[in-house]
Design a protein around this ligand. Sequence first.
Ligand SMILES: C[S@@+](CC[C@H](N)C(=O)[O-])C[C@H]1O[C@@H](n2cnc3c(N)ncnc32)[C@H](O)[C@@H]1O
Length: 225
Amino acid sequence: MAEIDFSKYKIPRIRHHSNRSFYFSADKHTKKVSTYPPVDKSINWSKIFANAKPPDCIDIGCGLGKFMLRYACNYPDLNILGLEVRNVAVNWINGIIKSEMLGNAGALWYSSANLFPFIEDESVSRVFCLFPDPWVKRRHNKRRVINKSTINDIHRILLPKGKLYLMTDVDELSGYHIEQLESQGGFTFQLVSEDNWDLKFRSNQEEFCLSKGISIKRMICTKQV
Ligand SMILES: C[S@@+](CC[C@H](N)C(=O)[O-])C[C@H]1O[C@@H](n2cnc3c(N)ncnc32)[C@H](O)[C@@H]1O
């Protein structure tokens, strides 16, 4: 398995959360916000991927990007796009991509609250949503990455039998994911143990949880045909 030497790259100082407005879609803003992640309706893929093709996989809320970088490194024929609301993390990931000359990876400063209009229907084989921010309080569930609208749009962009991978260390959130998937109705899904998790590469948060003995709920969701 190919691995990047992450110790070469100094981890940037990064705030845990972004501006509150970033977790809501641009059309929900009642006041003008001075900075907001660009809302792209279409993307020129030649600016992101060496083969100028659209992404095969998407990592929503990629954080500091270890998972997507490892994935790109080990699957050079697949394009992976990371979406992340914290610009410092995006710049850091793109710096590593440049330095490691990974033509099949790119990170975008973007809020998933605006869904994925730049992705064609049924074009993506895998979507990863690994430890989306918990926002444990029910009244904050509108800020959650996974909600009715994102699940619908993930369903739209996935190929038939395409997979959504969800991972969380918050029991309550796992229950909420199940509720969202059941109400959407277009996926079959299964909670699986680490042995049946078919992704070989770990994310930053996954490494952290494993190092602290924090239990992880892993769910593989398959788009029904
Ligand atoms: C707990 S971290 C997990 C990061 C990474 N997936 C991992 O497993 O290490 C959750 C990430 O989701 C990002 N995030 C939260 N809401 C988002 C949104 N609406 N759009 C894009 N990224 C978001 C956060 O900034 C944060 O980096």
